[in-house]
Design a protein around this ligand. Structure first.
Ligand code: HPA
Length: 242
């Protein structure tokens, strides 16, 4: 047991999908995993382990925001020996290069959070995705002709940011979407030498005001989950580059 996860060692798989919403973790387990077993309900942050195409995979909620993500990612990496975390979430589109329902692979995550300033002082650390996960996910998406974009995310601490200038400025620098967790996940992946990737479907668009209906969100979520699951299956099959 760790401080925030009530699982015994061995109950959590080497590969974990992390939605922000714990009820999404349940939905992933019930929809995609064979023989799912719930291993956590501490603070309602549900976690399940099952198999997908013969590969053992867990689905664990992260909660919203970097502090919450950092607690769960650290305990998964450090105390349960997790090797791969793929965040599966939503982001707000901030660029003309993406539209709602697109899937965004987060190559790197800029942030307004103070978390890395307290780790690195004067140095601005650049939280980045694992390259193998990134290229496998891009291959799978291309084969499936999924509407895909790959680029920078903005991991914001504020969902309701009163500053209206930030988003257009970030878009000018090629940032594709705003969400709230990727930078912490990438930083912890780097700290523990494990693989991390954030995949987001664009749920709403901050420049155009476009939104997805509940049904559209569900469909694009299913596509994104299959992309994440298939990425893990291929990672298991291919010889490791590290
Ligand atoms: N901001 C932050 N996180 C998000 C958003 C947003 O606009 N949309 C989906 N996740």
């Amino acid at each position: 047991m760790s401080t925030h996860i009530g699982a015994e060692h061995g109950q959590i798989a080497s590969h974990v999908l992390m939605p922000g919403d714990p009820l999404r973790a349940r939905w992933i387990a019930e929809t995609f995993l064979e023989d799912p077993q719930q291993y956590n309900d501490v603070r309602g942050m549900l976690g399940y382990t099952g198999t997908y195409k013969g590969v053992r995979i867990s689905a664990q909620g992260s909660g919203m925001g970097q502090p919450s993500m950092a607690i769960y990612a650290q305990e998964l990496f450090e105390q349960y020996d997790v090797q791969t975390i793929i965040r599966v979430g939503t982001c707000g589109g901030v660029s003309d290069a993406v539209k709602v329902r697109d899937v965004v692979l987060g190559v790197a995550a800029s942030t307004d959070s103070a978390m890395n300033r307290s780790r690195f002082g004067n140095v601005t650390f650049a939280p980045a995705a694992d390259f193998d996960l990134l290229r496998i996910a891009a291959d799978v998406a291309e084969e499936r002709t999924m509407p895909l974009a790959a680029g920078g995310l903005f991991s914001s601490d504020q969902f309701y940011n009163p500053d209206r200038e930030i988003v257009p400025n970030l878009a000018r620098y090629g940032i594709l979407g705003v969400e709230m967790e990727a930078a912490a996940l990438y930083t912890l992946g780097a700290q523990f030498g494990r693989r991390a990737l954030s995949i987001c479907t664009v749920s709403d668009h901050l420049l155009t005001g476009e939104e997805t209906s509940a049904l559209e969100r569900q469909e694009s979520f299913s596509d994104m989950m299959e992309l994440a699951l298939e990425t893990i299956v291929r990672l298991e099959q291919k010889p490791r580059t590290r």
